[in-house]
Design a protein around this ligand. Structure first.
Ligand SMILES: [Zn+2]
Length: 161
């Protein structure tokens, strides 16, 4: 039995996002589920290290998958370095860099159309934010220049009167 306190601590440790696909609980509209990385069916324990906060689609796809051979094992969100096994392409799709990455990607179906769209939207938001920051800096420069011109204009006006 998983206590409310343990559940909350796992939820917080995962920053309210699915450990497998990264979807935030706010995007889903409810709290997510707890997955036993090492499945209960294979004697996995209810401890924090073995619990992954995850969405129902990832939980369903992963199901009771477990491999005793470490090379066949899925990537643990907090114990394995994701970036050395998977990479995100410009089209929003993930590609595997290793055998484990390939197993992980395939088992969890991490190129679901909705996830690919979400990755592209996230990328677009980052680009928009950079563009907005650049435009704000440009407005700041223009305002400074305008202030200098106004000062110069006042000085010229004083000289003329
Ligand atoms: Zn997920």
């Amino acid at each position: 039995m998983i206590s409310r306190k343990l559940r909350e601590s796992v939820r917080t440790a995962y920053d309210f996002c699915c450990g497998y696909c990264g979807t935030h609980e706010n995007e889903i509209g409810s709290e997510l589920e707890l997955d036993h990385f090492w499945p209960s069916a294979a004697n996995g324990r209810d401890n924090a290290d073995n619990l992954v906060y995850c969405c129902s689609a990832c939980n369903r796809n992963k199901s009771d998958y477990w491999a005793h051979d470490e090379r066949q094992r899925l990537l643990h969100p907090q114990q394995d370095e994701w970036a050395s096994h998977l990479q995100e392409a410009e089209d929003g799709r993930l590609t595997a860099l290793t055998e484990r990455g390939a197993i992980h990607l395939q088992r969890l179906r991490l190129n679901r159309p909705q996830l690919v769209t979400a990755r592209l939207l996230r990328l677009q938001r980052q680009e928009d934010a950079q563009e907005i920051a650049a435009l704000r800096a440009e407005i700041e420069r223009i305002n400074e220049h305008r202030a200098e011109l106004e000062t110069q204009l006042q000085e010229i006006s004083k000289q003329l009167t």
